[in-house]
Design a binder for this molecule. Structure first.
Ligand code: MN
Length: 436
């Protein structure tokens, strides 16, 4: 597990001055994305965020200013997807982080050369950070699982396996896209409780889910189990993830095999992946409540108990079509924190591979909706509107129980505490279009 090192030093500042003033992207963060310049024909290339800029890793790699595994990692980061960089594993990624940290510090001799590798974030179009081979979605918020369970199964909200197994299902990667995704309201089979038969119609209970995305780094082979102690060696980093959900389609289809078409019509990730190394200052201890079953030994370790949790603030905002026409900014409708997760990212990876399932660089694990213990911390509209029974009112007077056409959902994430530099995930946004 990565602990603090010189790249987290709170006294570091960058010669990119916009990084030094409450940016999501100070020199202590250094997340990765892929991009191309707006209006250009250039191929996508890897980037690192610093202040208001992206550092073009294709240009950085060409300079050849780094050495050894750091230069090798810089060359991998220059590619159009980050899969090769992810697959290189912790040592190479850590070496590149240190090299970038040194070169971007105030007074660094690399300033003049690297200055030409900067592009304003407002002048780029982000790409998918990597090719996602496989996507799995977990269900790690016990508050969400209980709230949703009580709507779908009032007499039996939390199934007995929940506190033993990190529950998940295999999703589909083909409709995952980067922030800015627009998608038509999905069609599906809808069945009213009192109706005799379902009908095919556009979803009427369209929802979002506030999640973290976890990207696999170093791959494993079939049959290989990832030990909890080494689990984080196989995690590259985290992004924001909106797992759009069609609640009416879900209610009718989810038994007996779990979510299917209610989930795979669209899913949106933030462009930036914050590495687990950057998150080191925001590690917190992890435990299950005393009276709950304790994790089986393969899901338990001293490090996981001491540092397994992550304190990441999550916010969800909405901008309706009406707000957009009136030039009004998105308004916050809930906030939560990843620290409420019932399982750690190490436990998810360990459990996922315990049967020998191969994990590949670029695979995406969704954390599941991150709802906190309070109603206002709900990570979905299903919970905020209590199953669609109570509309909530936005600042401009509009009401919502579920999403309407033209709604843009924005999610933001950041880490902040005394004695550390605030780092952010940027944002992920997506917009619902009318059904076609
Ligand atoms: Mn989900």
């Amino acid at each position: 597990m990565t602990l603090l090192n010189e790249t987290h030093d709170i006294t570091l500042s960058s010669w990119v001055t916009s990084a030094n003033n409450k940016s999501d992207f100070p020199i202590q963060n250094l997340p990765f994305a892929t991009f191309r310049k707006k209006g250009s024909e250039q191929r996508n290339r890897g980037a690192v965020a610093i202040g208001d800029y992206v550092l073009d890793m294709a240009e950085v790699a060409k300079l050849g200013i780094f050495t050894g595994i750091a230069q090798k990692a810089a060359e991998a980061a220059a590619q159009s997807t980050l899969n090769t960089l992810m697959a290189l594993g912790k040592d190479a990624n850590s070496a590149l982080r240190l090299a970038l940290s040194k070169a971007l510090r105030s007074g660094a001799s690399e300033e003049e050369k690297l200055h030409n590798c900067l592009v304003l974030q407002s002048e780029v179009i982000y790409g998918m950070p990597c090719q996602i081979g496989d996507y799995t979605d977990f269900y790690t918020s016990i508050h969400h699982a209980t709230a949703v369970g009580s709507l779908f199964r009032p007499d039996n909200p939390l199934l007995p396996n929940y506190k033993w197994v990190p529950i998940g299902y295999h999703g589909r990667a083909s409709t995952i896209d980067v922030s800015g995704q627009e998608f038509p309201r999905p069609y599906g089979q809808l069945k009213a409780t009192d109706a005799e038969a379902p009908v095919l119609a556009p979803c009427e209970r369209l929802d979002y889910e506030v999640e973290m995305g976890i990207f696999i780094g170093q791959s494993t082979r079939l049959g290989e189990r990832i030990d909890i102690e080494n689990a984080e060696d196989h995690i590259f980093g985290l992004c924001l993830f909106n797992d759009w959900s069609a609640r009416d389609i879900q209610a009718w289809e989810y038994q007996p095999l779990g979510p299917f078409l209610a989930k795979n019509f669209a899913s949106t990730i933030s462009p930036w992946i914050v590495t687990t190394e950057a998150l080191a200052p925001y590690r917190i201890n992890f435990s299950h409540p005393e009276n709950d079953p304790q994790p089986l030994p393969y899901l338990s370790s001293e490090n996981n108990s001491q540092f397994g949790g992550l304190d990441i603030h999550l916010e969800c905002l909405i901008q309706t079509k009406e707000m957009r026409s009136a030039n009004e900014q998105a308004v916050k409708i809930s906030d939560s924190n990843f620290k409420y997760s019932y399982w750690t990212i190490a436990q998810l990876v360990t459990h996922h591979s315990v049967n020998g399932c191969a994990m590949n660089a670029g695979d995406l694990l969704g954390s599941g909706t991150q709802s906190g213990p309070e109603h206002e911390q709900a990570g979905s509209m299903l919970e905020l509107s209590r199953g669609g029974k109570e509309a909530f009112t936005l600042r401009n007077g509009e009401k919502r129980t579920f999403l309407e056409d033209g709604d843009t959902v924005v999610m933001r994430g950041y880490c902040q505490k005394e004695g550390a530099i605030r780092i952010g995930f940027g944002e992920v946004l997506g917009t619902v279009l009318p059904s076609v």
